[in-house]
Design a protein around this ligand. Structure first.
Ligand code: AMP
Ligand code: AHG
Ligand code: MN
Ligand code: MN
Length: 336
């Protein structure tokens, strides 16, 4: 009987296999990082199963509480948060866990060498209208002798893995561990993520811009000038750009990562330091965009260089194609 060589096209590469290959390529790896990522994948698949049936499982709507962000909490926010806290705590790999939904980080002295920061359910305002939502996470290695908040308050350039799940027409898991950005699509019948978009590269320039134009009256003049520039005919520059805005960061960021262009949530008179949170929205997205050859800035500074001072601090966030982000920065710097 000759040896059977597997037909590579028969079964795609699973997320589990992709992560295992990463471990085999990491000298001296103990497997904890791999196990942590597999636990994140499990949590996301559990959240996905409820997102898909939220309307039937009585998981739509509000809990009646408000969170540390001052936002009304949705039942699915709470559910997703509890799943992630439960699964990550049981993994034993997390010395520090910080969530958008928890006032304070959770610390564990059982030797977990990683910090996990997450937004359990991103795009909550879209839950009840069946628009795409997601989960965002970032992983860092602990630095302190015992788990304390300083382990979480580190610039995003120290991230060792980041990614998101997008619960859209299909459920996609996008991940980088520092070796490019790869997307996996969930086969709901199998319950596994299969590699669907290896080595995602953000195009150098795009043709759409994504910003909540409803905030324009609150923007600084230079941001209004940028927005006008994106809408003004200039055939040579490829303008006007199309406007796309879902209102779920994960959906707007994923489209921008795949197709290029620019996403911006600038600071404004109502949110003077921006709306999006640095640790578990801006940083993971910035890490992914830079890994895919894109750019991420506050408008003035590289997102990944911002030194956090508070777990829930907000930051202006601009993500996208290198050329489009460069144009945005020229407006902010008054050069245009
Ligand atoms: P570990 O000993 O499993 O905690 O891994 C130590 C370090 O090796 C991690 O912090 C990563 O930087 C790297 N590493 C380990 N496993 C993997 C993997 N599956 N994919 C990518 N990098 C990995
Ligand atoms: P979350 O649901 O986790 O609070 O995040 C919502 C964020 C983000 O997903 C999106 O980019 C932004 O809120 C949209 O804000 P506006 O509705 O003010 O445009
Ligand atoms: Mn969010
Ligand atoms: Mn959220």
């Amino acid at each position: 009987m000759d040896s059977v060589s597997p037909n590579p096209s028969l079964i795609g590469t699973t997320l589990r296999e992709h992560v295992l290959a990463g471990m085999q390529a990491a000298p001296g790896a103990t497997g904890e990082f791999t196990s942590l990522l597999n636990h994140v994948s499990l949590a996301v698949r559990i959240i996905n199963s409820r997102v898909r049936a939220a309307g039937l499982a009585g998981l739509l709507g509000y809990t009646g509480e408000t969170n540390v962000q001052g936002e009304q909490v949705q039942k699915l926010d709470v559910y997703a948060n509890e799943v992630l806290l439960n699964v990550l705590t049981r993994s034993g790999h997390c010395g520090v866990i910080a969530s958008e939904e928890n006032d304070e980080p959770i610390y564990s002295n059982h030797g977990g060498k990683y910090v996990v920061l997450f937004d359990p359910l991103d795009g909550s305002s879209n839950i009840d209208t069946n628009v795409s939502i997601g989960t965002i996470f970032a992983v860092l290695r602990r630095r302190e002798p015992t788990p304390i908040v300083d382990d979480a308050l580190r610039p995003g350039r120290e991230i060792v893995a980041a990614g998101y799940a997008l619960y859209g027409p299909s459920t996609v898991f996008v991940l980088s561990t520092g070796h490019g950005v790869h997307a996996f699509t969930l086969d709901p019948n199998v319950g596994e993520f299969f590699l669907s978009m290896p080595n995602i590269r953000c195009p150098k320039k795009g043709n759409s811009y994504s910003v909540n134009e409803g905030n324009c009256a609150r923007w600084a003049p230079e941001i209004r000038k940028w927005s006008e520039h994106m809408k003004t005919e200039d055939k040579a520059g490829g303008y006007p750009y199309g406007h796309r805005y879902v209102g779920s960061l994960v959906a707007d960021a994923h489209r921008t990562l795949m197709k290029g262009g620019i996403f911006a949530y600038p600071e404004d008179s109502k949110s003077p330091t921006g709306k999006l949170r640095l640790l578990y929205e801006a940083n993971p997205m910035a890490y992914l965009f830079e890994q895919a050859g894109g750019a991420a800035t506050t408008g003035k500074h590289r997102i990944l260089d911002v030194q956090p001072t508070n777990v829930h601090q907000r930051v202006p966030l601009v993500l996208g194609s290198k050329d489009d982000v460069a144009v945005y920065k020229e407006f902010v710097e008054g050069k245009r």
